[in-house]
Design a protein around this ligand. Structure first.
Ligand code: NAG
Ligand code: NAG
Ligand code: NAG
Length: 343
């Protein structure tokens, strides 16, 4: 499949960084299709003046918004045009199944076969006041992600960001290849009456691994209420306050992470405490964002074990965890603080 006009130059760039063989469809079909769906969701959100409950709940019991359903359908439509995407599943429909009748047939003739796990619209709780929200997607080798170790099987991730501007981050790390992990920052130029929409590369190397110390240090404490019950979390937040870190937290996972990727420094904390259970889904949220963070030279770890989010095989589609991620040394420090014995 040829990439769309909007993504043609991105596809060309991805082809140039990927090894010559074996990943043609990832560069020219799957990632461009995901970017097309991000652009389509952005247009749909601009036109959505009445954000309302769609009347249902998703399989996890969360209320579904009408815009969740719209975004879900747009991503699935885009993936259905990719013959190598054998299956997809999402937070709204967490069963890995074929996205089109074509894929099952065509994928048999290709060396590339993928499954995509996605959260079509992350940030439902802040969409009503029109704050920035996002789409999260991970691309995995094979027709299922279940049982695979994400560090080996998840080869790419996309974060779509819907704010005053439409932007995206694309991360790529194909195991067994000499290609360096890649973290691209993209911007979308809306279509006008005379020109079609177009994705442009804004940052060729999004990085959290600057060799020079940051001038400003940022922290994003999710579920700050948990600090009322957990003294380690409270002490850690206090540590950031006393050391004059700057608070940057919107409550949207995507914009909060993209903030630190853009600024080149930060720590995002979503700890698991006795009173607040693990909330983030591994397949739809944690694994894609962890790949982005690692490709940018940062870390993303499980707050309980301190191990990389990508280290343990995926057991099922509803698996959940906490998250500590950001600049590597900040993540190490947070793991140490949160793991302290309490008296
Ligand atoms: C595939 O085609 C069958 C029969 O035409 C239809 O019932 C089914 O819903 C289709 N499946 C998908 C995933 O489109
Ligand atoms: C939400 O904000 C965007 C710009 O960020 C704007 O284009 C859109 O019209 C706003 N929507 C509503 C319903 O206010
Ligand atoms: C990207 O940035 C990192 C950290 O600043 C650096 O180590 C790496 O070499 C850069 N990669 C490219 C391709 O420029």
């Amino acid at each position: 499949m040829e990439p769309s006009l909007a993504t043609a130059s991105i596809a060309k760039h991805l082809q140039s960084v990927l090894p010559a063989t074996g990943r043609e469809a990832l560069a020219t079909s799957v990632l461009p299709a995901l970017l097309d769906s991000v652009a389509a969701v952005a247009v749909a959100l601009r036109a959505a003046h009445h954000v309302a409950l769609a009347g249902g709940t998703n399989a996890f019991g969360d209320d579904q918004l009408n815009v969740d359903v719209v975004a879900e359908n747009l991503v699935r439509e885009a993936l259905a045009r990719c013959p190598t995407v054998a299956t997809a599943s999402s937070e709204e429909d967490p069963v890995e199944r074929s996205v089109s009748n074509v894929s099952a047939v065509s994928s048999a003739h290709s060396s590339e076969v993928y499954t995509v796990g996605f959260d079509p619209l992350d940030g439902s709780s802040i969409i009503l006041p029109n704050w920035t929200v996002g789409t999260i997607a991970g691309v995995w080798d094979g027709a299922t992600a279940l049982g695979s170790r994400p560090a080996d099987a998840q080869v790419a991730a996309v974060l779509g960001v819907y704010g005053p501007r439409t932007t995206a981050i694309v991360a790529l790390r194909v195991p067994g290849q000499r290609q360096q992990p890649l973290c691209l920052g993209l911007g979308y130029t809306d279509a006008s009456a005379t020109t079609p929409g177009r994705w442009n590369i804004v940052h060729a190397n999004v990085s959290l691994a600057s060799p020079t110390p940051p001038t400003t240090r940022y922290f994003a404490p999710a579920n700050a209420r948990a600090a009322a019950e957990d003294s380690n979390y409270r002490d850690l937040v206090l540590h950031y306050v006393t050391n004059k870190y700057t608070l940057r937290y919107s409550g949207g996972l995507v914009p909060d992470l993209v903030h630190m990727l853009t600024k080149g420094h930060g720590i995002y904390l979503s700890p698991v405490t006795a009173a607040s259970k693990a909330k983030l889904r591994r397949l739809y949220e944690l694994c894609p964002v962890a790949l982005v963070l690692e490709c940018a030279g940062g870390k993303a770890v499980d707050p309980v074990t301190g191990a990389s989010v990508l280290a343990t095989p995926l057991a099922h589609t509803d698996e959940r965890g906490g998250l500590l991620c950001g600049t590597a040394e900040e993540v190490d420090k947070a793991v140490e603080w949160l793991g302290r014995e309490t008296t």
